[in-house]
Ligand binder design. Structure first.
Ligand code: SAM
Length: 177
């Protein structure tokens, strides 16, 4: 069973935590604007919850963004593109309006992740099923491009300076994922 089928069948939660090893390899981050009230590990120095409304609160420094699912994800990604410093985790749905508005021509680079990750429940337990969809990690800012390249999580496309074209960077990445 995948996360998407599991969700449509039974689950309403939007709290699917990022695999902690991803945050570790891509971090450290200054702000995570969307977190549940209790987290089993840190994703950033400053972790905002719904009570603080991370969508409208100030974002500082390097941001980690794994937005809530659904239509509001586009609002979060728009804010990330405006902020211009950080990495966002989104479904690799490259044809969508959200991708065209906030990723293509806006992001510095995109990592198309190899395989499908298993997200974690709010208590830290790793889900038995995978994400059910391909995942992209989207970098805004040069340092974040470097973090994607070093992570070896997948194939990285990088925007060429001054042109809305992307260069494919086939660095070696971990096998068996
Ligand atoms: C997909 S989870 C990501 C959790 C964590 N940031 C991570 O990367 O593992 C999205 C979280 O955003 C929270 N959330 C929803 N609306 C929010 C808001 N307006 N401000 C802050 N957090 C919010 C949800 O409660 C949910 O826990």
């Amino acid at each position: 069973m995948s996360l998407s089928s599991h969700q449509s069948a039974a689950m309403k939660s939007s709290t699917w935590l990022t695999p902690p090893e991803w945050v570790k390899v891509l971090g450290p981050f200054d702000t995570d604007p969307c977190c549940p009230p209790v987290m089993p590990w840190s994703t950033a120095t400053r972790m905002l919850t719904e009570a603080q409304d991370g969508l409208t609160a100030p974002w500082e420094g390097r941001v980690w963004l794994n937005p809530p699912f659904g239509q509001q994800a586009a609002l979060w990604l728009r804010r990330m593109a405006q902020h211009g410093n950080g990495i966002a985790l989104v479904p690799a749905r490259t044809e969508t309006a959200m991708f065209y508005e906030s990723v293509w021509g806006k992001a510095d680079s995109i990592c198309f992740v190899k395989g499908r990750p298993h997200f974690h429940y709010q208590d830290g337990l790793r889900a038995a099923f995978d994400s059910g969809a391909p995942i992209a990690l989207v970098a805004y800012g040069r340092d974040n491009t470097q973090a994607l390249r070093s992570s070896r999580l997948g194939v990285v496309l990088t925007e060429q300076v001054g042109a809305c074209r992307y260069r494919c960077c086939l660095l070696p990445y971990e096998t068996g994922g």
